[in-house]
Design a protein around this ligand. Sequence first.
Ligand code: SF4
Length: 365
Amino acid sequence: MQMKNNLLDYTMEELQDVLVAEGYSKFSAKQIFDWIYKKKDLNFDNWSNISKKLKVHLDEFYEITLPEVVWSGLSKDGTRKFLLKLSDNETIESVLIPARDRLTQCVSSQVGCAIGCTFCHTGTQGLKRNLTPAEITGQYLKLTLWLAENVHVEERITNIVYMGQGEPLHNFNNVKKATINFLDDHAFGLGQRRITLSTSGLVPKIKMLHDFPPINIAISLHSSNNDTRTELMPINKAYDLERLFEAIKTIPLKAHRRITYEYLLIDGVNDQQSDLDGLCELLNRRESKINIIPFNEYPGSEYKKPKKDVTIWFMNELNRRGYTCTVRQAKGDDILAACGQLKTEYDKINLWKPEEEKSERLRLF
Ligand code: SF4
């Protein structure tokens, strides 16, 4: 049987090209986008302004598949965590984080991750595969529909961060296509400032960001010292701080835009005076924002969360020295907060539990 193509995999330009090549009008791509992304109606049969001939063609060669929600949990701080199953039964996590006037979705870009950061639960899983563009934007579309059905029809996800499982730049082309659709007014139409891509520092791909839609870029820095950074992030062996910052200089920044540097603060590892001084030597005040993330311990993690007074001192001192620095509060601690933890627990259960007991067990988390 011939595999069908997922319509969510196409950008507007690509869909126009394939439809024209298949004997249909360019305009029908706009109509199809309108049904999918604006009306959020995924059933070809309902597409009243699409010709019968094209509907038959779509039925034969195309489909729209979304990830399936296999588990969701609501934290007492309002964070919602989801485990999504893909069509090959692989699972990924996606998280919705509310904050004042926004609702941010943290999306995954890969199943597992090859980077192997030693503080990260996903890093222990290795890389299974890249997500397709449809599986990336499908996380957003699925949770938009889920919210309308389970919370409120007017509930909107306003921001996207590529900070879920995977290194987004390791899946450059698919993340690029997904981002085009996140931005495209014919598709999701999110503003450039509402999307942030976070990278561990994949230097060759950072140098390709001139060929990527203009969105916010965050760099997972975590240390200003090469030895410590290599201990935390093995990628630093291949692309050390010198090479990383050379590459960062090539990122095209629009006026008034700054790079965000994420700094996972870990007790006794990178929270000393010398770490702070090193950070100030490395970063330019005007072009950087520093986001301190107090390490969130998970069962089996080898690192410890930083002391509260040290976290506050670190932030205040950076602010005092003229940097824009904030502390990102841990969210959803009570629902398996560490990235990849939920997937690991699910996979464990999946190996030995009969079908009907799995969901029961998952509710226990
Ligand atoms: S922190 Fe990000 S880049 Fe590092 S192993 Fe985890 S998912 Fe991969």
